[in-house]
Ligand binder design. Structure first.
Ligand SMILES: [Zn+2]
Length: 56
């Protein structure tokens, strides 16, 4: 059974990593607008995934 939330969490992680690698204004301390958006959606999915895991 495919784990949709996990897939989306992984995809968000890859998307943010790809952006951070290519973007000159993104660092560990600061992120550009796009980088911040990608990071936030990754954090949201990570939280949701970890919380769901904890509840089981
Ligand atoms: Zn960026």
């Amino acid at each position: 059974m495919p784990d949709d939330l996990f897939q989306r969490y992984q995809a968000a992680h890859r998307a943010h990593q790809a952006h951070a690698k290519a973007c000159v204004s993104c660092t560990d301390q600061a992120r550009c607008l796009d980088g911040g958006r990608l990071w936030e959606s990754f954090m949201r999915l990570q939280d949701a995934y970890l919380q769901r895991k904890r509840r089981r």
